[in-house]
Design a protein around this ligand. Structure first.
Ligand code: ADP
Ligand code: MG
Length: 470
């Protein structure tokens, strides 16, 4: 794993906690509650495999297993210049990607802030804004789209029901967008119409999900890449599936014999058959905007982990086991304990836990913490963080088993997102869980590799593949 993922956890054994017997017992109880044993992992993996099969068999399954229409694997030798745009959050990103062969690339990009009124105005106006941004970007780059048609990969991070690689219907808006005249319509077609109105010779070649982009961005550099996984605000994964193992596919003959599947794995076990959901997770779920949905994501991803820690801490405060029974106005606020604080606290190796003290007292306004308080908070962070990584490994293990990867040569899972990037030891903890499931040698079969530019490079690689007939 590269250097940016190797910051070490400084973990604490339960017997090092200087608190009283009741506090020590509370920590032991939490450890039991949050532990995912190897046996439990096996149960989860088996259920995961069963749910993947259901999703491949029919539409509307809990784990949706959406065919991406991306077939074939890049060789890394392809060359050419492609465009990519990413619309999803606050910014619109426009990229020009030069594939130089030998897995080498160069990328030029520009960010444009999407004006708030456009996010809730007419879809046509939003598309015109995107076209104008592409136009001014190309002018700035000195690229003349009049010479030849430029192929564009469109990372559109909203739920789209795909009907072709560059065709689909928007199912719903999320993340603060609510443009009129877009639901049930094809975002690629609407953008294409706008590009045409502005006489730009740009062709929307593909609608790209960020997991698929993450996979393809890495696949251009490393042919062993079989999976792309996001561990950011949310979590999701994509992998190569054999066409003959997608019974629900009705799209007719495809060029290759495999296709990338966007799993939408955040919804795994929404029926709650196997996931070890605690009262603290249930509290988070009830207070979320989508109760009962995306429970796997809620146990794993950056939006939620800090809030689970806060819930556990509050329960200890209410039992007079933490902070002498007192919270603070800030700490009482939902989402006030950011997942990034967990990373800070996990690597705090000072004997007095000074960084932990800073987070709790200076940032969160807890009046006075004892060493035992800080040790308990550190322990809680560790339990929640390790559980997240082990449950993530269950998803990876399910894909590995389903695809018989243990029988194959070494494979690479491309990973992206702040949690895997910054949470200390996240990928190492996943690997450890995989070793428990598959044996010590599993690290010769799978490695996790950072793949940072799914929505730029990945989308461009897909546009390239489309233009070369996949
Ligand atoms: P996005 O998912 O929107 O593409 P990111 O990959 O940056 O964005 O993920 C954002 C999430 O990562 C947030 O939920 C945030 O809480 C979490 N996060 C940010 N910094 C850290 C950190 N240092 N350690 C752990 N989680 C972090
Ligand atoms: Mg992201």
């Amino acid at each position: 794993m590269s250097a940016w993922l190797s910051r070490k956890v400084s973990s604490l054994a339960l017997n090092e906690i200087v608190g009283n017997d009741e506090q020590k017992q509370a920590m032991k109880d939490l450890q039991n509650e949050f532990e995912v044993t190897t046996d439990k992992l096996r149960t989860i993996v088996n259920q995961f495999i069963a749910e993947m099969k259901k999703g491949l068999e029919h539409n509307g399954a809990t784990v949706a297993m959406i065919p991406s229409y991306v077939t074939g694997r890049p060789t890394g030798m392809e060359t050419g210049t492609y465009l990519a745009i990413d619309l999803g959050g606050t910014n619109l990103r426009v990229c020009q990607v030069s594939l130089n062969g030998n897995g080498e690339v160069s990328i030029q990009q520009q960010k444009y802030r999407v004006p708030e009124p456009l996010k809730v105005g007419e879809m046509r106006a939003l598309c015109d804004f995107i076209s104008d941004c592409i136009d001014s970007f190309l002018t700035e780059m000195g690229t003349d789209p009049m010479e030849q048609v430029l192929q564009l990969g469109f990372t559109f991070s909203f739920p789209v029901n795909l009907t072709a690689i560059n065709r689909g219907n928007l199912m719903q808006w999320t993340k603060g967008f609510a443009c009129a005249g877009a639901i049930g319509k094809d975002p690629a077609l609407m953008l294409q119409d706008s590009l045409r109105r502005k006489n730009l010779k740009v062709r929307v070649a593909a609608i790209v999900n960020d997991t698929v982009g993450t996979l393809m961005a890495h696949a251009y550099r490393d042919r062993s890449t079989f999976m792309g996984i996001i561990f950011g605000t949310g979590t999701n994964a994509a992998y190569y599936e054999r066409m003959d193992r997608i019974p629900k596919w009705e799209g007719g003959q495809t060029k290759g014999d495999e296709m990338v599947i966007n799993m939408e794995w955040g919804a795994f076990d929404d029926e709650r058959r196997v996931l070890p959901v605690t009262v603290h997770d249930n509290k988070l779920d009830r207070e979320s905007i989508n109760p009962r949905f995306h429970i796997y994501e809620k146990l794993i991803s950056g939006m939620y982990l800090g809030e689970i820690v806060r819930n556990v801490a509050l329960s200890l405060i209410d039992r007079f086991l933490l902070f002498n029974g007192f919270s603070s106005a800030e700490f009482n606020k939902q989402w006030s304990f950011e997942t990034a604080y967990m990373s800070t606290i996990e690597i705090d190796a000072s004997s007095d836990l000074d960084e932990t003290k800073r987070v709790l007292e200076s940032i969160l306004g807890i009046t006075k913490t004892t060493l035992a308080d800080r040790q308990m908070v550190k322990t809680i962070c560790h339990l929640v963080g390790v559980r997240a990584a082990r449950l993530s490994a269950a998803g990876v293990a399910a894909v590995m088993s389903h695809c018989d990867l243990l029988q194959k040569d070494c494979c690479t899972a491309a990973v992206d997102g702040s949690v895997v990037e910054f949470y200390p030891n996240f990928s190492e903890t996943m690997t450890k869980a995989l070793k428990e499931l598959f044996g010590e040698d599993v690290d010769k079969k799978i490695k996790f590799a950072p793949s940072r530019d799914g929505s730029g490079l990945g989308a461009a690689v897909i546009a390239m593949q489309v233009s070369k007939g996949m």
